[in-house]
Ligand binder design. Structure first.
Ligand SMILES: Cc1cc2nc3c(=O)[nH]c(=O)nc-3n(C[C@H](O)[C@H](O)[C@H](O)COP(=O)(O)O)c2cc1C
Length: 371
């Protein structure tokens, strides 16, 4: 069958996957309050999407209270959060699935109202993201000019990433994915539009890549490289990402990640825009899986606007090893089964992406119920 390429086993570091239909990390802003704690509803949602030998990547998760960019995003830094995640990982493991925790720091994509003590968000340089973001009440407000991080603070964030990874393992996760994509802190360091530092963390490509690579090293030291993935979004332009070095930057970062023998590299194709369902795929955008597969040398998960047939073709061609689906996995709890059977897919409802409870979260129908 056309989709067969997606249903071959794949070893991703320590995880022996039975198929290649991966759930992409998806922020849903539904952690229990107060405390940003995962709870039964989240366990039900991830449990619904788990499958035998399938991999789920969680929504981006805060590593300390200052890494927060949106309301009701879960954390993995308090005992209550770790206990909450145990319910999620147990639900996924009960179905024979794998789950890794995506860990992030949003950097300048925050607002002082979301920060403890109302302090300004931090970033590589005091350069605001363009346009508007959300404050603690969910109201759109212009991005504030962030405060530039000191080198000591950078070291503390590295340590927090390492601790978050250990916490994730304590919570039962099979590993972590470091969020280096989509305009958040690590991506802000990579791009010279947002990083104009003059110390060892800014300037040359090597300097701008230093923070990401040091975070990777801290996390690998904490839990082992066979349990670590990294997500990048070359040429996305999201949240004001701009860079004058382009290819040289990505070649360096990806070759360095390759040397570290991590479990996988997760690349978002720049052709897709997940913030706009109407925009057609930009097929002139660079094909990043094809460009960087060799430089990385290990397994590549690709994401961005895939449908079952284009996903199978990307894996069959050898440029991607697995495909992460975002919007289709929101709307189809049994996405791998649907793809395997060539069944029709439910359409997502963008109005219920962020925040709320069960509606638009755990109430999308399974195949049997839809028939
Ligand atoms: C509601 C929503 C939330 C998202 N949250 C995250 C996130 O927390 N971390 C991340 O790396 N990407 C996030 N993304 C991007 C997706 O992981 C994925 O790359 C994107 O949706 C493109 O894949 P798709 O075309 O299959 O939807 C999000 C996308 C959507 C639609």
């Amino acid at each position: 069958m056309a989709q067969d390429a997606l249903f071959n086993p794949l070893q991703l570091g320590a995880m022996a996957l039975k198929h290649r239909v991966v759930m992409a990390p998806l922020t849903r802003m539904r952690a229990k309050q107060p405390g940003d704690v995962p709870y039964e509803l989240n366990a039900e949602y991830y449990g619904q999407r788990a499958s035998e030998g399938g991999l789920l990547i969680t929504e981006a998760t805060d590593i300390n209270p200052f890494t927060k960019g949106y309301r009701s995003v879960p954390g993995v830094y308090t005992p209550a959060q770790i206990a909450g995640w145990k319910k999620v990982t147990a639900a996924v493991h009960a179905k024979g699935g794998f789950i890794v925790n995506q860990i992030w720091h949003v950097g300048r994509v925050s607002h002082s109202s979301l920060q403890p003590g109302g302090v300004l968000p931090v970033a590589p340089s005091a350069i605001p993201a363009p346009g508007e973001g959300f404050n603690a009440d969910g109201i759109a407000v212009p991005y504030e000019t962030p405060r530039e991080l000191t080198v000591d603070e950078i070291a503390a964030i590295k340590a927090d990433f390492g601790q978050a990874a250990r916490n994730a393992r304590e919570a039962g996760f099979d590993g972590v994915e470091i969020h280096g994509a989509n305009g958040y802190l690590l991506d802000q360091f990579l791009h010279d539009g947002s990083n104009q530092r003059t110390d060892e963390y800014g300037g040359s490509v090597e300097n701008r890549a230093r923070f990401l690579l040091e975070v990777v090293d801290a996390v690998v030291a904490g839990i082992g490289g066979d349990k670590v993935g990294v997500r990048l979004s070359p040429w996305s332009g999201i949240l004001g990402m701009q860079d004058s070095t382009g290819l040289t930057l990505w070649e360096h970062v990806i070759a360095e990640l390759g040397k570290r023998k991590i479990a996988y590299l997760h690349l978002i194709e720049p052709r897709a825009d997940f913030t706009n369902d109407e925009r057609p795929l930009d097929m002139d955008a660079p094909d990043v899986a094809a460009l960087f597969k060799k430089a990385f040398g290990g397994p590549i998960i690709s994401a961005g606007g895939f449908l079952p047939d284009t996903a199978a073709a990307a894996v069959a061609s050898g440029k991607s090893d697995a495909i992460a689906f975002g919007r289709p996995f929101i709307a189809n709890p049994d996405l791998p089964e649907r793809i395997r059977n060539g069944a029709p897919l439910n359409k997502h409802n963008r109005a219920t992406f962020y925040g709320g409870a069960a509606e638009g979260y755990t109430d999308y129908p399974f195949l049997a119920a839809a028939e």
